[in-house]
Design a protein around this ligand. Structure first.
Ligand code: FAD
Length: 457
């Protein structure tokens, strides 16, 4: 008998419960990826960096399957219609897939379940594949999700994780099943020049290196902007070329304070996913209504354009925004500083910034991006919603030698720290030597606008 495995955000062979389950109940398995038209058409989804990375992931998955005697079938259209058609073509008895988190993913699962049941076939939806702990697996008394991280982290830590499952050694795909060609990375235009490579092989190489040589120092150096001492695993976790369950197990096995700090960040990922699963509207609406009076109009638009282009006149903000454009990735500390600058100092609606991030981030993820933006904007789960990050103080603390700014804002490469973080303080001829804009806004004015806006004046 035949099973179809529908791949979504889980593009791997290792630790893949749907594939495992399909192989244990059926002798032939069809691994399927549907280029879902609805997903591709949704605003903020179809970004060149993620499209290019996805092409790498699919090519790598196909080659891993071929090494085991199988291959990846690619179709495009409506996911439910495509799965139903393939089930009919192959006379498959069952379909396996990972549980999604977004409202769209839930609705798609339901539609698929109904379509299959109408034809006497079964859909198996597997939990804890896309996250280490399934959304809803831990809940506080009287609520469907945790809205504060620390109590969630405590419960999450106590929960036993399922064991990691091995990649299959062999699989058999029925003959004569049509597939579209795999999308090619080279066909995508507008890709960031420094974009990382995708695929499970690359994910496993990065993880192994990270566990061998990066993780031990993580606790001490993860916030150092220039040190770039984080795992860079986020796009792999987003596309599922790396299993979060496996990452947690292996980090815990490595042990030590660095590993603990890293596992805590992986828990943040699950935390945001369980918020979004319970409150799908939080992808677009304020999680907590703060009655903000966000700035709009020509001045706000001009400042937002300067922010997007990395010419706000605040070197650390500009460095972060240029890293985003060049690599399709940004250091977490940079994300915090840049997002706070837009949402608090410029006092522009977080949705504008979140959309720009989604357009460029290779790890751009509805749960992590929207809910981190809300956290920074003070409309989300931060317990101190009115804190404003001062970009100069942040720069002095997290880029004390100015190396991050020098790397991404070469106009200022000749200016040493700490002065590089406040070039507007230079005078006369010295100031004129640097072709770099003045600040788009004074920090004190920004603070006032934020306070007044939030007080609902
Ligand atoms: P590491 O420091 O090595 O952390 C390991 C993993 O933990 C990451 O890969 C990620 O999966 C998870 N993680 C770390 N920090 C967070 C966090 N704050 N929230 C949720 N998960 C976290 N992360 C995304 O994956 N996609 C996004 O679209 C995204 N948008 C963000 C937007 C803003 C405004 C902010 C402040 C943060 C955002 N993050 C997002 C979280 C975080 O910045 C990135 O996950 C991290 O920088 C990725 O680099 P890394 O893999 O080297 O992280």
């Amino acid at each position: 008998n035949v099973a179809v495995v529908l791949y979504t955000s889980d593009l791997r062979l290792h630790d893949h419960p749907p594939l495992r389950a399909a192989l244990s109940s059926c002798d032939r398995v069809v691994p399927l990826f549907v280029r879902d038209r609805a997903v591709e058409a949704a605003p903020g989804f179809d970004a060149p960096n993620r499209r290019a990375f996805l092409a790498d992931c699919l090519a790598d998955l196909d080659s891993g399957l071929r090494e085991r005697g199988g291959r990846l079938v690619v179709r495009s259209g409506d996911a439910v219609a495509e799965v139903a058609a393939l089930v009919r073509e192959t006379d498959a008895d069952e379909v396996h897939m990972s549980a999604g988190v977004s409202a769209y993913a839930h609705a798609r699962e339901e539609r698929l379940r109904r379509a299959l049941e109408a034809e006497g076939r079964r859909l198996y939806v597997h939990d804890a594949v896309i996250t280490a702990v399934a959304p809803g697996a831990v809940r506080p008394a009287g609520s469907d999700h945790f809205s504060v991280f620390t109590p969630y982290f405590r419960r999450w830590t106590d929960l036993p994780l399922r064991p990691v499952t091995a990649a299959p050694r062999a699989l058999h795909v029925p003959d004569a099943i049509g597939s579209e060609p795999l999308p090619a990375r080279t066909a995508v235009s507008g890709v960031s020049p420094g974009l990382a490579a995708g695929g499970e092989v690359e994910a496993r190489r990065l993880l192994a290196n990270w566990l061998r040589s990066g993780i031990t120092r993580y606790e001490d150096v993860h916030d150092d902007l220039a040190g770039d001492a984080t795992s860079r695993l986020s796009p792999h976790l987003h596309f599922g070329t790396l299993s979060p369950t496996e990452a947690v197990h292996r980090a815990r096995a490595a042990g030590g304070p660095g590993a603990e700090a890293f596992v805590r960040q992986l828990c943040w990922r699950d935390f945001h996913h369980q918020v979004l699963a319970a409150r799908p509207g939080a992808a677009a609406e304020d999680y907590r209504t703060r009655q903000d009076h966000w700035r709009t109009g020509p001045a706000a638009e001009e400042e937002t354009a300067a922010w997007k282009e990395g010419r706000t006149g605040y070197p650390v903000v500009d460095a972060a925004m240029r890293q985003l454009r060049h690599e399709g990735w940004m250091h977490n500390r940079g994300r915090l500083i840049a997002a706070s600058f837009l949402a608090k100092t410029l006092y522009v609606d977080w949705r504008t910034g979140a959309r720009h991030f989604l357009d460029l981030l290779v790890d751009g993820d509805l749960a992590n991006n929207q809910l981190n933006w809300q956290w920074v904007a003070g409309t989300g789960t931060d317990t101190r919603p009115n804190r404003v990050l001062n970009p100069v103080r942040q720069a002095l603390r997290y880029d004390p030698e100015g190396r991050y700014v020098h790397r991404w804002v070469p106009e200022l490469a000749g200016l040493a720290a700490p002065r590089v973080h406040e070039p507007w303080r230079l005078e006369g001829a010295e100031r004129a030597r640097y072709d770099y804009p003045g600040p788009v806004v004074e920090l004190a004015d920004g603070r006032d606008r934020f306070r007044q806006g939030r007080e609902g004046s």
